[in-house]
Every structure is written in C-alpha cells, then in structure tokens.
Design a binder for this molecule. Sequence first.
Ligand code: ADP
Ligand code: TZD
Ligand code: MG
Length: 582
Amino acid sequence: MSATAEILKTELSETGNESNALTDGFHLLIDALKLNDVETIYGVPGIPITDFGRMAQAEGIRVLSFRHEQHAGNAAAIAGYLTKKPGICLTVSAPGFLNGLTSLAHATTNCWPMILISGSSEREIVDLMQGDYEEMDQLAVAKPLCKAAYRILHAQDIGIGVARAIRAAVSGRPGGVYLDIPANLLGQVMDEVEGAQSLVKVIDPAPAQFPSPIAVNRALEVLKAAKKPLIILGKGASYAQCDELVQGFVEKTGIPYLAMSMAKGLLPDDHPQYAGAARSLVLKESDCVMLIGARLNWLLSHGKGKQWGEPNSKKFVHIDIDPKEMDSNQPIDAPLVGDIESCLTALMDGMGGDWSKSDAAWLGAIQEKAEANVAKMAPRLQNNSVPMDFHGALGRLKRIFTDHPDTILVNEGANTLDFARSVIDLHKPRKRLDVGTWGVMGIGMGTAIAAAVETGHPVVAVEGDSAFGFSGMEVETICRYNLPICVVVFNNSGIYRGTDINDVGADPATTVFVKEAKYDMMMQAFGGVGVTANSPDDLERAVREAIASRKPTLINAIINPEAGTESGRIGNLNPQSVVSKK
Ligand code: ADP
Ligand code: TZD
Ligand code: MG
C-alpha cells in the first residue's frame, strides 16, 4: 500500500469509517466507464496511462493498442458514429494528446460522439511552466477544437466528470469531448464505498428533441405545395438509426432522394426513388429541397451556384437537431429543429393517410435521365483492361458488395474516393465509411479497425495509395487482432496520377511515389495475406477470397498511372495562379 493510502486509511478509521477498503483514481475511472457501458477503448499506452490500460483490460474493457494515436482516435470517432455511444480514445500527454486531437476535431466536425481521455502532467508544474515531462496545458489547447473539454482534479469528481463528458458528446448535435486526467489523479485514494457512491450512471444521455407542431405544419404545407420536390439524406440521418422510419417517410411521400456519401445505403442504392444517377437534373430542376441530417456546406456547394439552377427557384425544408444550422447558407422556408426520429414521426402523423405522392412527370423525367446515365456507364464498368483503370476495378467491387450486403466499405483517396462513391452501391445503412466533412486522408485503417471491432462484419477498405500511406502502419494492428479486413490499395503510383514530371531538377515531382510499390508486402510482414492484382479478374478473385476467409489481407491493385485527374472531382477548388509560369 502506498504512503498516501496508509495515511488515508488511518484518517478514515479515525473518523469512524470501518470499511477500510480503498479505491483509487485508476479504478474509479474504469468503474465510471463500465457503469456507462463503455466496452472498448482505442489508444496508445505510455506515461501516465499504461497501467490504466492494463487495469481496464483486466476489468473486462476491450483495450485496442494502435501504432499512432491519430488512428486510434479515428477508430473511436467512427465507433461513435456506428454505435451512437461515445467512442473512447486514450492517449499519453502532450505529443500523444496532440496526435489524438486531430481525430477529436474530425469527430466534432462530423458531429460524431467521441471522448479523448488523455493523461497530462502535473498542474502545479505545467501552470508555472517549470518544464515537466511532456508538459502542456492540454485543456486550453483542446478547448477550441472540440464540443466540450473538462479536467478532473479530484478522485471524488471522476463520476461527475465522466458523466459530463458522455452527455456532452452524445446529446444535441453530437461531437468530440476532451477529458484531461492529470497523472496524480489516477493514484489518488478514497474510501471504496464513498467512491462507488460518487459514480454516476447517465440517465437518457441523448434526450429526444421534439419539433414544435407549428414547425411541423409549416413543413407539411411547403412539401404539399411542391411540384418537383427532392429529399437529401445526410449522415445525420444514418447516425440517427431510425432506418425504417426514414425509409417509410421517403416511400410515403414518393419524393425522389439523393444520399450524401455516408448516407448511401440508408435506403438501398437500387431503390426506385434514388436519384443518384440523375443528380445534376434533380439539383437543378427541383422546386423544393428537404434536407434530413445534411448540411448545406461545401459538399452541396452551399446550396447555390449553377448546379442549383436559377437563384431563388427553390424552397428549403430542413431537419436538424442544431438550430444554428438553419439559414447557415440559404434561407430555410421550413426549419424543423429536433431529432430526426421525432421530426419524421411528427411529419408522418401530420400527413395522414391520403398524402398524394409526387408528380408522375417529375419522377418519369428523373428515371429517364438515370437510366440513360447508367447505360452510358455500364460498358466502362465491364472493361477488363490491363493495367486497370478505376472503372474496370470498381465494376468488380460493385458486384462483390451486391453479393455481400453486410460488408462494410471504407473509402479514401481522391479519384479512388470519388469513383468508388459513385460506382459502388450499398444496400444497408451505415455500410459506407469515408473521409467525412473535411475530406481527411488517413482515416482508412483506424476506421476499418473500428468497423470490424464494433460490428463483426467483414470490411473492405478501398484506398488510394497516398491515402493508405497516412495510416498504413496500422496493418500490424489489423494482423495483431486478426481482424476481417481486406485493404485494397488502388496503386496508381501517386497522388491523383503517377505521371507528373519535375522538369527543373533531380527530385521527383511532388505528386508521384515509387512506381508500383509492393504494398502487399507490408501485410505479409505481419503475417497477413498480401496479393498483387494486375487485372479486374485478379482483383475480384482476391477480394472474394478475403471476405470468405476473414483473414487480414492487402491487395495491391495496380492502376494505370494515367487514369486519374487532378483532385478527382473537386479540381475546381484549387486556386489558380495568375502569374504565368516559366
Ligand atoms: P453530410 O455530410 O452527410 O451531408 P453533415 O455531417 O453535413 O452530413 O450533416 C449532418 C447533420 O445531422 C448535422 O448538422 C447534425 O447536427 C445533424 N444530426 C446529427 N444527428 C442528428 C439527429 N439525431 N437528429 C437530427 N439531426 C441530427
Ligand atoms: N492531408 C490530409 C490529412 N488530407 C488531405 N485531404 C490531403 C492531405 C490532400 N489530399 C487530398 O485531398 S486527396 C490526397 C491528398 C494528399 C491523396 C490522393 O491520392 P490517392 O488517390 O493516391 O489517395 P488517387 O486515387 O490517386 O486520386
Ligand atoms: Mg493514387
């Protein structure tokens, strides 16, 4: 027993407390997390949280150790999205904390619940800037980058601290929360019974938020008056996990819909009302757009510009849990503030039984356009060229995802991302996990690991070769935990293309990599399966085998280095220099 524990024991017995049993910060923190159903922690060990990780594991929490905190954090962020419970990331002080902070900011930007728990140095030394081991005022650094940030200084406050963190992460618009754990908190001792009494089980952490009846009626009036309505489903709608209600609402209205990237599969992508293959037409010509858990941010060109047709030609209905989202980019005619489940339930009730479905001419025009676009694309998806292009490779993956609707697709890159998003259909909710609102490269392996851990389903991560490089070392983590993950690296030997040449010096161009690097050997190095695929046939065979075997697999898919375009589909966002080049 430590000296402090001895003193405390004596004090407690002097005050008449005879239980004598003690607990400490380590155990209180573990008990607080367990009491609130935390099952998994993603992190990297080190001072001062190594023993905490060990003890949590011994107490039945699954603790997954990563090679870099950013990927542990990305795992926690996507675990939050998939489960509606905060994903937990555990890091060491200053540098480990900073590595984890990127993913905490990413979770916040995407409205996903996550808690970054980080060990920190002693307050007294940090605040006097006396140069402690890994000294940093972490709370101050975290604050502007997440939804809420708390520090716990006393063991008796651990229960409340954890409760606040959980509620802040999941209630209202979900987001990232920072929880600062100074090293000496973990060793603080208190009476075991009092400790247990100090813990808090959070009741109803994300309370339903009902829309006002006036707002519901207003929304129904706007929808009723529309001649060419359109629904846009965003990842807030898939996060809400009221899948049948969303499907029921879309079908009852008969309104055609678009799905934002991670909302794909919320209704099956081959649904007759899905207007994905006629995206330009519906955005331009619709007269009323209903956003359900989607923001009018850059991903929707802020709801304006040529893509959106004539200015002021549309009315907007917007469901979001955050009132500040209304009128953020366009005036909203019918704001519906509340959680999606409550809002859609109220709308369904208000619609009654005799809601007349959307105009047949509008649906017919969309269907005609969609069919023409699908027919135009079909031969490209069937091409069997060697070296492969994006479409030849993705045409095969599309078939595989249709045959395996439970398999989760993780996707990042530029061309690899944009083409895979439009080619691969998903048939169930929350099966597509990608770069999210920021377009972050590096989410790949952390996301794949959490997807496999949280769902038990096989994961196929379709990765640009650059994108993969950001988190590639985590293939060791995949092998160590023997996860059913198949990484497909779309290897075009570079960022966007593998063909750039630097004609003014000896260094390679900034966007090219070692030609046809053997990424498959990285997986082999740790005991997994590594394969090179030169043709669509090779690729299809290897992916099917990986899904069936559930063995960690990396397929190095050699893609024609000329096949991609600068920045994929968002090349227009690159600033142009007005100074003529040499
Ligand atoms: P996408 O990128 O798919 O368009 P966004 O991340 O931009 O989606 O938007 C998701 C929106 O969903 C956010 O504005 C968030 O506040 C909202 N949201 C998240 N969960 C819920 C919920 N349960 N009910 C209502 N809105 C939600
Ligand atoms: N760093 C981070 C964290 N995120 C980013 N989005 C970028 C850099 C910039 N970036 C992109 O937006 S896409 C991309 C980078 C570096 C890589 C594209 O190359 P790729 O994909 O090999 O992954 P394709 O298929 O070759 O286009
Ligand atoms: Mg590439």
